[in-house]
Design a protein around this ligand. Sequence first.
Ligand SMILES: C[S@@+](CC[C@H](N)C(=O)[O-])C[C@H]1O[C@@H](n2cnc3c(N)ncnc32)[C@H](O)[C@@H]1O
Length: 315
Amino acid sequence: MANPAHISVLAAPYIEALCANKDGRYIDATFGRGGHTRLMLNKLSENAKVLGLDRDPDAIIAGQALMKEDIRFVVAYTDFAGIQAAAEQQGWSAVDGIGFDLGVSSPQLDQAERGFSFMQEGPLDMRMDFDAGQPLMKKLERISESELTKIIREYGGEKFAGRIARSILERLREGKLNTTRDLEDVCFHATPKKMRHGHIHPATRTFQALRIWVNDEMNQIDEAITMAMKLLKAGGRLAVISFHSGEDRRVRDLIEKQVHGCLCPREFPMCVCGFKPTMRWVQKKPVRASEAEIEANPRSRSAMLRVAEKLAEPC
Ligand SMILES: C[S@@+](CC[C@H](N)C(=O)[O-])C[C@H]1O[C@@H](n2cnc3c(N)ncnc32)[C@H](O)[C@@H]1O
């Protein structure tokens, strides 16, 4: 299938919240096809700099093309663990803003050969970085039923995780689980008949869960948000768009810890940990897409934006 453009979600509030200093240095940690990056560059002055990061080699090719168009931009091929190293490579010890638009891009979903979509026949892969790690098929060959159930339940919020996990592994043993369509079929038939025709396809949650597992997305988020908060200069902004509640909760809790400061148990009469707040919420309640945006881009329906700012000094 062709490689359609990715429509950037929550673009206006995201860029507005993130780019508070027109001359600043910014990191777009999820470059994708550069939709948000271009909007950042439009808003920023000619003195500003933007570093785009992605773990997907195809995104890096798109980033290299943008580097030729705009000297304020540079792209680096890394996962979230490499954020600090990538910033240091630019000679940056602190930055004015770091943005994350988590999950997968439309081009990734729409390329059947990447194996992210149950709408098209593709290999059981799902790696964002197709040059690293193990594809879904290899990982399934080594997992137990109870572990797989846990993944589908926790990362997908799937009620029928146990039945689906059992069916997946049965089909695999029979040698009949080879493509995304086979996996879709398993999810469909493992879902009770009366639940098969709801507003979302019965394979949606399982595909999401398996993608999160293959790409170790939850651990990547922990590492990314923690490192990003350290990398910000005083007044610098962290803006994060998540697409499901597990992801959003993780982001919220990591930021909240830095906003709250003290880690002492509630029953302690006074603070003995000495841990001071380092961040403040700019947007604690998540910003959601408007009806108009959802109509134009249904992918934005589940998007949630949270924004926080680094404090000048622990207070
Ligand atoms: C939703 S898309 C970003 C779209 C982009 N904001 C735009 O407007 O074009 C998410 C991108 O982040 C990348 N990504 C997701 N998790 C990552 C990680 N842990 N490390 C590096 N890149 C990641 C994906 O490969 C994908 O290209």
